[in-house]
Design a protein around this ligand. Structure first.
Ligand code: D5M
Ligand code: FE
Ligand code: ZN
Length: 671
C-alpha cells in the first residue's frame, strides 16, 4: 500500500490524514489491515488521523483476539464503529420522520462526511428576544357553497393519503365552480419552490442523552437511548485566549467587549447534543415546526389538522362550507396528470392533502415554488368527505413589513468568504492587496479613507481549501497539509490591524464536521491566529455593536439554485431571499446539506437580522428585502477545474463593505 492508496482510503471513509500518520502506517508489516483497524475503531470526533490515532498496540491485540475467536492465524478484526444507529421500532404514522430517519441511516453509512469535532469551548445562546410578529398578513377567506367530495373530484383519489398523479380532467371543472379564487393582493408571500428529501447525517458525538418526549410529535414516543460513546473533544480542544470563552454547558450569550465589541447570540459551538438517535430527529423537526408555525400563527388562525376530519368543522351555521386554515410542514409534493399541484402537510396531529388548481395562476405559481420540509400555512375548503383541502391561500413565515433595522451604529464591516488558502487557484496577489487596504496602505486616498472606518471583518466560511473535499482535489492544491493551510491563513490574518475585530465562521472546506450546524474551528487551529480573531460556528448570529448579522456559509444555496425557478448562481442573494421568506437557512432537510438534528434548529431565522452574510457559491450578490440586507460575498479563488466543467464563473477579489450606520454597500475590487 503506497501513500496515495492510504490517503485515498482514508478520504473515502470521510477522514483526513497527516503525512506523519501515513508514514507510520506504511512502516507496518500489514498496512492495509492496520488502516482497516484504524478506520473501524477511530473515534467519531476525530477528523484528521494523526500518529496518535495509529493504535499499534490495539491493532496487535485485535489480531490476537481474532485468532482466538476464529481459530485462524491471521486477519483483522472487523468491528462496528462506535455509536452506530440502531433502528428503533417505528410506528408507521409519521412518514416524514421515518423518511428522514431512513435517509439518515443511509447517510451515516456513506463515505465522504467528516466525523464530528466538537470543541469544548462554548459560546453562545439561543436568542429569546424574538417577539411575536403581529403584522396582520391576512387571509381573505371566502366561503363556497358546493364543495365536492374528493372522490367526486376523481376516481383516482381514494383518500387523502394516496393522492397521486392521476386526477382526471373533470376535476378542474368541478372544482373551479366550487372554490373561491380569492387570494388577497396584499399577500406577502410571493415565492417558493420544489425540492427533495434525502441524506441527513448526524456524525456528531456527544455523551448527552436526549430528553424523553412528553408526547409523540412528528413521530412516536420512542424511548431515547443514552449514548455512552467516548468523546475526545474535551482533550483535543481546550480554550484559546480571548477568542473562546470558558467551557460552559449553559447557552449563554457570548460577549467580547472592546473598542469594536462582538456579541455572539446564537452558535452551535459547544452545544451539540446530536448522536443520531431517532428521537433527536423527532425533536429537531418538532423545534422547527413549533417555532416556524408560531410565526405564521400570529397572522393566521389555524386549526390542528386532526380537527379537519370532524365534519362539524367543515360547515358554518348557515350550511355553507367555511374556509379553514392549517399550518404544517410540507412532506410530499406532486403534480397531477392534469397539471394541478398536490402536496401533503403534517402537523403534530396528522397530515392532510392539499390541492392547488393550475387555473389559479397566482396560487399555482406559489405552490410550484414550494420546498419539501418548509413550514407553511394553508387556507381553503375541505371536500365533503373530509379528505382534501382545496387551497385558496398559502402563507410563508416571511418577514413582517414592520421590521426595522437597527440604527445608531457607525463604521464599516467588510464581508468576505471562500478564501481557499492552500488552493493552487488562491489569488494571493489580490489577497495581499486586500490586506494592504485593511492596513490603510492602498495607493488611493479614497480607499485609505474607507479603511480607516473598518471595524469588523467577517469571514463566512471556506477559509482554506482543505483536503479530500472533492475527488482529485489534491491535483489543485499548493499546500497539501490542512494544518499548513491554516498556518498560512493565520500568517495572513496577523497582518490585519489589531483594532479590526475579525469573525471567522467555517464552511464545507474547513476542518470541522461537514454536518451543519458546524462548530467553530478547533483550538489547535485557532491557536495560531491573533487575539482580534473570534471563531464562531456555521451558522452564527452575531451582534456587531448594535447591528445583527447572521453568518451562514451557504451550502443550501446549491439546493435552492437546483430547485427554485429563477434562482441562479449569478444572483446568489436571490437564494438568500428564498431562505428569508421561509425564515430558514436550509429549508429542505438533507439533500446537499447534511443537517445534524440538534435539539434546537439553528437554521431558523429568528430574530430577523439586519444583515445575512453568505458565501459558498463564489459569486457576489447584494439585495435588500424589507430592511434586511442580503450579501453573498465572492471568493479569492480563481475558477477550478470542476467549476470550468459546470460553467460556474466565480467573482474573485471583490469585497462588499457595509456602512453600519446606513447599510450602504460599496464593492471594492482587488483584481
Ligand atoms: O463551492 C463552490 C461552488 O462550486 C459551490 O456552488 C459548489 C460547487 N462545487 C465546487 N466543486 C464541486 C464539486 N466537485 N462537486 C459539486 N459541487 C462543487 P466550494 O464549497 O467553495 O467548493
Ligand atoms: Fe468555497
Ligand atoms: Zn463552500
Amino acid at each position: 500500500m503506497n501513500e496515495i492508496d492510504i490517503v485515498r482510503a482514508v478520504i473515502e471513509e470521510g477522514y483526513q490524514i497527516s503525512p506523519q500518520a501515513v508514514e507510520l502506517i506504511k512502516l507496518s508489516n500489514s498496512p492495509e489491515s492496520l488502516l482497516k483497524y484504524i478506520l473501524s475503531t477511530i473515534d467519531d470526533c476525530v477528523f484528521v488521523i494523526e500518529p496518535e490515532h495509529v493504535d499499534l498496540k490495539g491493532f496487535e491485540a485485535s489480531k490476537t483476539v481474532s485468532r482466538i475467536i476464529s481459530g485462524t492465524s491471521s486477519g483483522t478484526v472487523s468491528q462496528m464503529a462506535p455509536g452506530k444507529i440502531s433502528s428503533p421500532a417505528l410506528e408507521p404514522a409519521d412518514s416524514h420522520m421515518i423518511k428522514a430517519f431512513d435517509s439518515a441511516l443511509v447517510a451515516l453509512k456513506e463515505p465522504g462526511t467528516f466525523s464530528s469535532v466538537k470543541p469544548d469551548m462554548v459560546s453562545s445562546a439561543e436568542v429569546s428576544d424574538s417577539k411575536p410578529e403581529t403584522k396582520p398578513y391576512i387571509l381573505s377567506s371566502q366561503g363556497s357553497d358546493s364543495i365536492p367530495d374528493s372522490d367526486s373530484i376523481s376516481d383516482s383519489i381514494p383518500d387523502s393519503d394516496s393522492i397521486s398523479d392521476s386526477i382526471s380532467d373533470s376535476i378542474s371543472d368541478s372544482i373551479s365552480d366550487s372554490i373561491s379564487d380569492s387570494i388577497s393582493d396584499s399577500d406577502p408571500v410571493s415565492d417558493s419552490v420544489p425540492g427533495s428529501l434525502s441524506n441527513p447525517v448526524c456524525p456528531s458525538a456527544s455523551s448527552r442523552s436526549v430528553d424523553k418526549p412528553a408526547s409523540s410529535f412528528f413521530g412516536h414516543a420512542v424511548s431515547p437511548s443514552t449514548s455512552n460513546r467516548a468523546s475526545r473533544e474535551d482533550s483535543l480542544f481546550s480554550n484559546h485566549g480571548n477568542s473562546f470563552p470558558s467551557s460552559s454547558r449553559d447557552e449563554e450569550v457570548r460577549r467580547l467587549p472592546g473598542r469594536n465589541p462582538v456579541t455572539v447570540l446564537s452558535d452551535i459551538t459547544g452545544h451539540s447534543t446530536c448522536v443520531g438517535e431517532y428521537m433527536q430527529f423527532v425533536q429537531y423537526f418538532r423545534d422547527r415546526y413549533s417555532r416556524l408555525s408560531e410565526i405564521i400563527r400570529s397572522r393566521m388562525n389555524a386549526r390542528p389538522i386532526e380537527s379537519l376530519k370532524r365534519r362539524s368543522f367543515r360547515r358554518g351555521s348557515d350550511g355553507n362550507t367555511e374556509e379553514i386554515s392549517i399550518i404544517g410542514m410540507v412532506s410530499d409534493i406532486s403534480t397531477t396528470t392534469n397539471g394541478h399541484k398536490i402536496f401533503s402537510i403534517e402537523d403534530p396531529t396528522g397530515s392532510f392533502s392539499v390541492l392547488i388548481r393550475n387555473s389559479d395562476k397566482e396560487l399555482f405559481e406559489l405552490a410550484s415554488r414550494l420546498l419539501l420540509d418548509e413550514v407553511i400555512g394553508v387556507t381553503g375548503s375541505v371536500t365533503n368527505d373530509g379528505k382534501l383541502m382545496l387551497a385558496t391561500k398559502l402563507l410563508q413565515p416571511d418577514v413582517p413589513n414592520s421590521v426595522q433595522r437597527r440604527t445608531g451604529s457607525h463604521g464599516k464591516a467588510v464581508l468576505i468568504s471562500d478564501v481557499h488558502v492552500g488552493s493552487s487557484q488562491f489569488l494571493e496577489d489580490s489577497w495581499l492587496d486586500f490586506l494592504d487596504f485593511l492596513k490603510g496602505e492602498s495607493d488611493s486616498e479614497d480607499m485609505r479613507e474607507i479603511a480607516a472606518q473598518v471595524r469588523y471583518l467577517v469571514v463566512a466560511g471556506d477559509l482554506v481549501d482543505g483536503i479530500g473535499i472533492y475527488p482529485d482535489q489534491e491535483m489543485e492544491l499548493d499546500i497539501l497539509d490542512v494544518y499548513e493551510q491554516y498556518r498560512k491563513a493565520a500568517e495572513y490574518f496577523r497582518e490585519v490591524p489589531e483594532h479590526i475585530h475579525v469573525i471567522i465562521s467555517p464552511g464545507n472546506h474547513d476542518a470541522v464536521r461537514q454536518a451543519e450546524p458546524q462548530p467553530a474551528l478547533p483550538e489547535r487551529i485557532c491557536a495560531d491566529f491573533p487575539a482580534n480573531v473570534t471563531f464562531v460556528g456555521n451558522p452564527a448570529l452575531v451582534d456587531l455593536d448594535g447591528v445583527r448579522i447572521l453568518i451562514y456559509h451557504g451550502r443550501s444555496i446549491d439546493d435552492l439554485v437546483a430547485s427554485v425557478p429563477g434562482v441562479s448562481y449569478q444572483e446568489p442573494a436571490g437564494a438568500v431571499l428564498e431562505m428569508l421568506k421561509r425564515r430558514h437557512l436550509a429549508p429542505t432537510y438533507g439533500s446537499r446539506v447534511s443537517i445534524s438534528p440538534e435539539k434546537k434548529d439553528y437554521f431558523i431565522i429568528d430574530p430577523v437580522p439586519d444583515i445575512i452574510h453568505t458565501g459558498h457559491v463564489h459569486t457576489l450578490g447584494v439585495q435588500r428585502y424589507k430592511n434586511v440586507l442580503l450579501v453573498n460575498s465572492g471568493t479569492w479563488q480563481a475558477q477550478t477545474e470542476f467549476q470550468k466543467r459546470v460553467n460556474l464563473m466565480p467573482v474573485p477579489a471583490r469585497v462588499p463593505v457595509v456602512d453600519l450606520a446606513d447599510f450602504d454597500v460599496k464593492i471594492l475590487a482587488f483584481d
